[in-house]
Each structure stands twice: as structure tokens, then as C-alpha cells.
Design a protein around this ligand. Sequence first.
Ligand code: B12
Ligand code: SF4
Ligand code: SF4
Length: 366
Amino acid sequence: MLHNDLRDIAVDHGCIGFGVTTAEPFAGLEEEMVERKSSGLAANLAFTYRDPSVASDVRRTYPWAERLVALAFPYLPDAGRSEREAGTLRIARFADGDRYEGLRTALGAVAARLSGAGHRAEILSDDTRLVDRAVAVRAGVAWAGKSAMALVPGAGPWVLLGSVVTDAALDVGGPMRRSCGTCVACIPACPTGAILDDGVIDVPRCLAYVLQAPGVIPIDLREAVGDRLYGCDDCLTSCPPGHHVLESALPVPGPRIIDVLGSTDRELLGRYGHFYLPGRRPRFLRRNALVAAGNDRSAHLESVVIGYAGHPDWLLRAHAAWAIGRFGTGVGLRALERAIEEERDGRVRAEIHRAKERWTAGAGLR
Ligand code: B12
Ligand code: SF4
Ligand code: SF4
């Protein structure tokens, strides 16, 4: 009765997946995460990786937990399809607005029904204290894709996940009898070769990580960044189980590179405050937009990028130098020559030298 009520509430709130699993620790998960950390595959991710012993065992947070009620909330077709268009940036669909809002409401409604029946109920979603995909897979809501995405029938990878932790002894489901089978489409679709093995991502090479990590974007990944401002959807768009919902998504134009580079901090935070940005610092959006400008090379962007060669922030000067080199024009070369005369920061000087070398070798020429 309670179980069915909870399912109905989830469905009424737009969820496409509902399942229940025990609150037992996830066997082997802690060791797996520790291993990924020590081998470098998890980069310097915090989140769940801050304490894998907590993220793999919900009773470390809620000792009274008996069950995890797992929900999957679809965000297509609403989130739209971002088209490639010269001079614009792409934002991964889960981040084109606050796509967690509907999921939070559904989780809240399920938790309220449990509390109303006298049970404890706490919500965990995209939290440091629980690995959401592990819950969804064990509860039978999703299967574990080779891309690491949790795939749900009817929506493929285009879902966000969350759980309600409860002390109610609800009936438990088993894992789903589905798998990717012989499909491997996501592996060659990844622009950086970051999908290594069944569900293992080389995080330092994953653009979703690179674009939200602090510091310099590794030079060998900058071309692959393409026109991305935040997130990467290539392992989702290539995934056949999600194709039919993707086709029904409407085109949504991305922001213009020139607008992002010309905005104030306050404007950027107003528009993109829901992104994960280290220290909530908009400099990382500008850094990403400079790399996108160097990939885009529309003529109207060159003077803006050259302007960034004199920016007070060394990180932006460094990425501007790379982008200027990519335009491959005489104006750009002269700007690099002027910049090297003034530049005192060794990290930026190295970027300018590299950009000039590439220019001289003709690699930056169109
Ligand atoms: C850290 C993180 C990232 C990192 C690292 C991702 C990664 N693949 O490792 C970065 C920044 C790269 C990232 C990127 C993205 N992320 Co993210 N991310 C997370 C976060 C915060 C933690 C994930 C984590 O700890 N993983 C640990 C690893 C080990 O587990 P996993 O791969 O997530 O899950 C599998 C294992 O646990 C395995 N498992 C279970 N038990 C055991 C035991 C053993 C022994 C083994 C071997 C495995 C195993 O089964 C699970 C299912 O496959 C979660 C939110 C959360 N709290 O869970 C969101 C989350 C995973 N991200 C999400 C999204 C949407 C994305 C992006 C699509 C965003 C984008 N468009 O740019 C990309 C996708 C990249 C990709 N292919 O994974 C969604 C995924 C929804 C879904 N349908 O799967 C989540 C669940 C957020 C949410 N609440 O909805 N993300
Ligand atoms: S999010 Fe992009 S870079 Fe990361 S694994 Fe998927 S396709 Fe590769
Ligand atoms: S693209 Fe194919 S192999 Fe990759 S996650 Fe989707 S179904 Fe699985």
C-alpha cells in the first residue's frame, strides 16, 4: 500500500524510474573508489570521493536507514538540443537551467508521504554522502552503461537521480535485466577517449570535469573542448536508448562567446550561478570561453581575445595567448610579441612562447 502510494507520487511528479533497495553498503564500491583515487583516474575530485567509506554506506550518515527509495527524473525533451552555430557556446543539457528542480520536488513529495506515515525520511541527491548511480542500479531503476551513465528504459541516459533514505521496511526490488549488450557507441564518440572500460571514466580527460576543474586546461585537450562552456553530452547523445527523446528536444541557441567574454562577474554569476564553479569564480567561465574562441576563430572574436592578453588574471592571459595563436593572423602575432615584452609571469610567458612557435610553424594558420 505505502509502496504503491510512493510509486504513484513519484510518477505523478514526472519521474520515469522508481525502485527500492536496502540500505546495506554497496559491496566493493569503497575499494573501487579508493583505487580510482590512487591510480589518478578520479583526478582530484572532491564530492563523493572526499570520503568513499561514507558515500558507499548510507548508514554512516543515517544509522537508522533501512531502505533507499530511488527516483529517476527525465530532463528531455524540455532541456532542448543545443545546436552548433559559429560564435556560440554549448552548455550540456542538464545544466541549461536548474534541471534538478523537478527531481527535488518529487523527492520531497515522496519524503512527505513517508513522514506522514510516521517514518523517518531524508533526501540525498547529487550529494557527497551517496553514490546515486549505485543506488539506481541496485534498486532496478537503471542499468549501468558502458559510458558510466545509469540508463533508464524510455529515457536512456537523460535522467537525474536521487534517493529518499527511510526506516520504513518497504519491499525491495532486484536489479534490471537489461544491459548495453553489444553496443559500444559511446566509446568512439567521446572526444578525448576518456571512456576506458565498462563504466570507468578517466576523469582527468573527461571534458565535463576539465571544464569545471580549477587551473589551466591541459593543452592537449583544448581542441577537444570545441565550443563547450560547461559539461559534455557526447556520451549521452551517442547512446541509442536515448535517441528517441533526443529527437523530440527543441533547438535552444547557446550563448554567444562574445557575450560571455564581455560580461561582468555579476552578470555571469546571475546567468550561470547554478554551475559548479570552483570558489564560485566566473574566471573559469571566461577561461573556457577563451578556449572556445580559439577553436571557433570567427573574425569578430579576435580583437576581444587580444584584449584578454592584458587581463589582470594570469589564467586568462595564458588561455588568451593560446587562443590568439589559433587565429594565426599577423595582428595576433604582433599582439603576442607585445605581450611577451610586458609579461612577468613564467606560466603565461611559456604559453606565449608556445603560441608563437605554433604560429611560426604554421599550425595556427587557417
Ligand atoms: C563526481 C561526479 C562526476 C565526475 C566523475 C564522473 C564519473 N563517471 O566518475 C564528472 C565531473 C566527470 C561528472 C560528469 C558527469 N556527470 Co556527474 N556526478 C558525479 C557525482 C557527484 C559522484 C559520482 C561518483 O561518486 N561516482 C563514483 C563511481 C565509482 O560510481 P559511478 O560511476 O557514479 O556509479 C557506478 C558505480 O558505483 C558502480 N558500482 C556500484 N557498486 C560497485 C561495486 C564495484 C566493485 C564496482 C566496480 C562498481 C560498482 O555502479 C554504478 C552505476 O554504473 C554524481 C552524484 C552522486 N552523488 O552520485 C554525479 C552524477 C553521476 N553525474 C551526473 C551527470 C548528469 C553527469 C554528466 C552527464 C554531466 C554532463 N553532461 O556534463 C557527466 C557524465 C560523464 C560520465 N560519462 O560519467 C548524474 C548521472 C545521471 C545518470 N543518468 O547516470 C549524477 C548521478 C548526478 C545526479 N544526481 O543525477 N560527474
Ligand atoms: S562527458 Fe564527454 S568527455 Fe566525458 S566521458 Fe562523456 S563523452 Fe567523454
Ligand atoms: S552508447 Fe551503447 S554502450 Fe554506451 S552506454 Fe549507451 S547503450 Fe551502453
